[in-house]
Design a binder for this molecule. Structure first.
Ligand SMILES: *[C@@H]1O[C@H](CO)[C@@H](O)[C@H](O)[C@H]1NC(C)=O
Ligand SMILES: *[C@@H]1O[C@H](CO)[C@@H](O)[C@H](O)[C@H]1NC(C)=O
Ligand SMILES: *[C@@H]1O[C@H](CO)[C@@H](O)[C@H](O)[C@H]1NC(C)=O
Ligand SMILES: *[C@@H]1O[C@H](CO)[C@@H](O)[C@H](O)[C@H]1NC(C)=O
Length: 573
């Protein structure tokens, strides 16, 4: 009805700004790719994969060449994207080698006190959906309290993965724990054997009695068995799809998943159109994170194996959503944003993304390949078509931009790190929105970007580097923040002329000292702005708990299997 009203208005008062007459509340579509590299898509220079939908977004809107994620792994970067705040402010900055929400049945997640952009649009009367991957927790204090669940963070509809996709879900024997730590199980087994043998010796030499011996062996079995169980059973513990609060599919059928996500997204848009409310749709795609399986239609469709096929199926998914906007006449009345949560996973070789000229990738912390991501905005009639922006922009800028577009004030009780970039997108300004940007690995600052308001240079002050395998820009399966090397003499790069971060500026150049001072003052100010918060990554919060474990039928661990009968067979092929 609102659409018809809007059309009538547009016809009655034909003006150049006919796109914005619909009471000023456009729809918002946020498209998030998982692990997609900067160099994986056509509009970012890839000539061997076909991505017409994304290339079309770039052609009809703005393409950001210097677009930055706030972390090199999913959970913290998504927390920052949703809240417009650095992950440290919400306790979502990892503090150990467990850097993402690993188990669904853990207490960790985006605190309910955080304000997501969905909560902003809800205030403005939107209907909101998140389809796909969430990865920011579910329940906290008890099973089913759903404190971290998307429906408790501003969304009205959810369909998808509460956690993340894992290699282990392919059920082909691949376990990410063994990729990162090949002797993981042997280490725990040998630890158990040593403890048991020592206890046995003490028992035989009558230093301890039988009861104490049994207690020690039982304790050792629990302590050593727990990590083996929880890391080796990600498929059983995590592979499930929820619709709203209910598990509807377990384990996940990867083949056809893109079709199911798209179908749900289209259905949501149809519902929203009928209701006449403006909508916010977040399509948080599962592609191109491993385990990768594509629908039959995309098998062998690219010249880059199953990874390339997945990029192309991702592009198809984007195209389906955009087509629907055209069909319903919502194209001009919709702001569309596309982003990848961080760089491609280079250690996976042909199963991981390509980060173009940039060094490093997913998990690496601050190198450009870890955090420089594709970024596209389309809003016909508002954002000039074909605009290419080289100004450094953060994914956190989405939050205030949405606030502006939806016409709601920014929360006044907290610091928002993002900046409204609508004027930049529109071409009303060419000024870079940020002067300094801070790049973290876990909870440690590894680099600071300085964008002077004059001139064309962008400086990057790097204090830590990942501990790469000698002669490479890669670690084994991923890099850890704890292993990073602190540079005795920080590196300074001009990332406009040296995007590959290959030749640091010599420290004896006057510019080095000049930038050191500016960065040092900015870092101090930034650190002062960080208030202490409860870490979501404490051992207590990240560990798997039996009491929080879901199982779609039966009693865990039995019969945890079901199939969503909403979809016909073709959606699983
Ligand atoms: C395109 O992407 C694929 C997959 O990541 C990559 O292997 C290939 O090198 C890229 N091609 C170009 C020309 O950038
Ligand atoms: C669309 O509306 C129908 C009918 O109210 C509802 O059953 C369905 O869950 C909705 N789907 C989505 C994706 O919003
Ligand atoms: C949508 O916006 C474009 C660009 O401003 C304009 O050319 C086109 O006529 C608009 N379409 C409608 C249906 O308003
Ligand atoms: C598991 O499913 C089987 C077959 O449907 C049934 O007989 C059994 O009782 C179920 N077990 C549990 C624990 O639900």
């Amino acid at each position: 009805m609102a659409t018809t009203g809007c059309l009538l208005l547009a016809i009655a008062f034909f003006t150049y700004t006919s796109n914005s007459v619909c009471d000023g509340k456009p729809n918002i579509v946020v498209l998030i790719a998982d692990d997609l590299g900067y160099g994986d898509i056509g509009c970012y220079g890839n000539t061997s994969l076909s991505t017409p939908a994304l290339d079309g977004l770039a052609r009809d809107g703005a393409r950001l060449t210097h677009h930055l994620s706030t972390a090199s792994v999913c959970t913290p970067s998504r927390a920052a994207l949703l809240t417009g705040r650095h992950q440290m402010r919400s306790g979502m900055a990892p503090i150990s080698n467990i850097r993402v929400n690993f188990w669904l049945a853990a207490r960790a997640g985006l605190p309910a006190s955080e304000i997501t952009f969905a909560e902003l649009t809800k205030q403005a009367g939107y209907t909101n959906a998140l389809i796909g991957k969430w990865h920011m927790g579910i329940s906290r204090d008890s099973f089913g309290d759903h404190l971290h669940h998307p429906l408790n963070q501003g969304f009205d509809h959810f369909y998808g993965l509460i956690g993340t996709n894992f290699d282990d879900f392919a059920d082909d024997g691949h376990k990410i724990v063994l990729k990162q730590t090949p002797y993981f199980n042997y280490q725990w087994l040998s630890t158990w054997m040593i403890i048991a043998m020592c206890a046995y010796c003490l028992y035989r030499t009558k230093h301890i009695n039988g009861i104490l011996f049994s207690i020690v062996v039982i304790m050792a079995t629990i302590v050593c068995g727990y990590p083996c169980f929880v890391f080796n059973n990600l498929l059983l513990l995590n592979s499930m799809i929820h619709r709203n609060f209910k598990v509807v599919e377990q384990p996940i059928r990867h083949v056809g998943l893109s079709k199911r996500l798209v179908h749900e997204g289209l259905q949501f848009m149809k519902n929203a159109t009928v209701s006449g409310k403006p909508f916010l749709l977040v399509m948080s795609f599962v592609h191109v994170h491993t385990a990768i399986k594509v629908s039959r239609e995309f098998e062998g469709s690219s010249s880059h194996g199953v990874y390339g096929d997945a990029v192309q199926e991702l592009d198809w998914s984007v195209g389906q959503i955009l087509d629907q906007l055209d069909v319903t006449g919502q194209r001009n009345n919709t702001l569309v944003y596309f982003v990848s949560d961080h760089g491609g996973h280079v250690e996976l070789g042909s199963l991981g993304g390509y980060n173009g000229v940039f060094k490093g990738g997913k998990t690496h912390g601050a190198p450009e390949g870890a955090i420089r991501v594709p970024g596209l905005f389309r809003w016909p009639g508002i954002v000039p078509a074909g605009r290419v922006l080289d100004q450094p922009v953060s994914m956190m800028d989405l939050f205030p931009t949405i606030a502006r577009v939806a016409g709601v004030p920014l929360p006044a009780d907290r610091l928002i790190d993002g900046v409204d970039i609508l004027p930049l997108l529109q071409g009303h300004t060419e000024a870079a929105p940020h002067e300094f940007m801070f790049h973290y690995c876990g909870n440690k600052l590894h680099a600071t970007r300085y964008i002077p308001n004059t001139g064309k240079h962008v400086w990057k002050w790097v204090t830590h580097l990942p501990r790469y395998k000698p002669g490479s820009h890669a670690c084994r399966f991923g890099c850890t923040c704890g292993d990073a090397v602190e540079l005795p003499m920080p590196h300074l790069y001009d990332v406009t002329t040296d995007p590959a971060e290959s030749a640091p500026v010599p420290p004896d150049k006057p510019i080095y000292e000049h930038i050191r001072r500016l960065v040092s003052a900015a870092v101090n100010e930034h650190r002062d702005s960080l208030a202490p918060v409860e870490s979501q990554f404490s051992a207590r919060n990240v560990l798997w708990r039996y009491s929080l474990q879901d199982c779609c039928q039966g009693v865990f661990p039995f019969n945890c299997s079901c199939l969503d009968t909403v979809f016909p067979e073709s959606f699983y092929a």
